[in-house]
Design a binder for this molecule. Structure first.
Ligand code: ASP
Ligand code: MG
Length: 401
């Protein structure tokens, strides 16, 4: 069997932890499996390097930043190979270039264009443990590029795809994907399996165990993904293709997103093009609009509401001022949050949304906005009820059972 392991920043946070990773990898090798290991920079390292550059200028060249930031992962890769060698294992550390990873030219946020796994295959066939510095590749001109924050997950999935590995295990300090954040609901349960789509909803909604782009790529390439902890021997959570019995489970999890602000526009002129103008201007200012709700127009005007990330709230306010002549009144609320219920079972079962609304009603929580997709129900509510909503929803769907 060929497996790809990826160890995140906290898992390789100091020398003792790198030694711990070396022992884990050695065990896999001893069991007879081939293993390719992708590593992150030691925790805090990437931010420290960004801080160094910041000391000189707030606008460093992106090409230089890639040269700088890619060094963090290379340190870990080299140290892990040395740790393994000291235990008598044949291990080789590779940069993104040596692993054959070619990207586009978008420095600091590059996309992987191709991977030539020949070098890795050769090393594997010589019996070596291959250790790859995550988060980086080179463009066609040969300059180092990085893949965006959290990009080592993406490296691991892409390599698993290129190597046709049997599975890709992503190690961090949490032992899998939970039905909700255990800090909010101590009865949260670890899930054995979850579908790619559910995982994408959960992570874009705020559960930050796996980088979103890496889950998208895993889905596209059909890579079997595991989220596991490097500090325990727990099974972890398998993220994979939707299977028939997954739909028997109504709801996989509930998530709270506190980073939400609500904008309500009252008495908006009900004419063709108005929504296009508003949302184009927001997009041009790089404001990510999430939920959008528009009522049926009456008497030539309508109400329009949407949510934006809290950090964009002030900016959205300024931008909306441009529409003064088209809008009677505006309302901004920074004290809202979004709670979402996610599950592929919703496709084939009715009543999931009704249960969510009833749960809010029973707790006297007013719902400001609602949006749904095939596998998700989201509600915008007052920020101060966010955690209560999560706990009561968790119970309503019997997620603790
Ligand atoms: N070291 C990079 C970061 O902190 C990449 C990663 O850890 O995945 O974003
Ligand atoms: Mg990470």
């Amino acid at each position: 069997m060929l497996v790809v392991h990826k160890y995140g920043g906290t898992s390789v946070g100091d020398l003792e932890r790198i030694e711990n990773v070396a022992n884990r990898v050695a065990k896999v090798r001893d069991a007879g499996d081939d293993v390719v290991v992708v590593v992150s920079a030691m925790s805090g390292e990437t931010n420290k390097l960004i801080g160094y550059a910041d000391n000189f200028t707030k606008t460093p060249s992106k090409k230089a930043m890639d040269m700088l930031l890619s060094s963090g992962e290379r340190v870990t890769a080299a140290l892990l190979s040395i740790a393994l060698q000291s235990k008598g294992y044949d291990a080789v550390a590779m940069s993104g270039r040596q692993a054959g990873i070619v990207t586009d030219d978008e420095h600091t946020y590059a996309r992987i264009e191709s991977i030539d796994p020949t070098g890795m295959h050769n090393a594997i066939s010589e019996g070596k443990i291959v250790i790859v510095a995550g988060f980086q590749g080179v463009n066609k001109a040969g300059s180092v590029t990085t893949l965006g924050r959290g990009g080592s997950d993406l490296t691991a999935v892409a390599l698993a795809g290129a190597l046709k590995a049997d599975q890709c295990e992503i190690y961090s300090d949490v032992d899998g994907i939970y039905t909700t954040d255990p800090r909010i609901e101590p009865n949260a349960k670890k899930l054995d399996t979850i579908s790619y789509d559910e995982m994408l909803e959960l992570s874009s909604l705020g559960a930050k165990v796996l980088q979103n782009r890496s889950v998208e790529l895993a889905k596209k390439l059909g890579v079997k993904l595991y989220a596991k902890s490097s500090f325990s021997d727990n099974e972890g959570t398998l993220i994979s293709e939707e299977s028939d019995n997954m739909e028997e489970v109504l709801v996989a999890g509930v998530v709270l997103d506190k980073n939400q602000a609500r904008v309500t526009l009252r008495g908006v002129s009900d004419r063709p093009g108005i929504a296009a103008e508003i949302f184009t201007l927001l997009a041009e200012n790089n404001i990510n609009v999430d939920m959008i709700i528009q009522n049926m127009g009456t008497d030539g005007s309508t109400n329009l509401g949407f949510t934006v990330p809290q950090s964009d709230h002030e900016n959205a306010k300024k931008i909306m001022a441009a529409f003064d002549h088209d809008i009677e009144g505006m309302d901004f609320d920074n004290h809202v949050c979004k709670v979402s219920v996610v599950g592929v079972g919703m496709k084939s079962h009715s009543g999931v949304a009704a249960t969510a609304f009833t749960t809010m009603a029973n707790n006297n929580i007013n719902i400001n906005m609602i949006s749904t997709s095939e596998i998700k129900v989201s509600m915008v509510i007052d920020e101060k009820y966010g955690e209560l909503a999560i706990r009561t929803l968790h119970e309503a769907y019997a997620l603790d059972k």
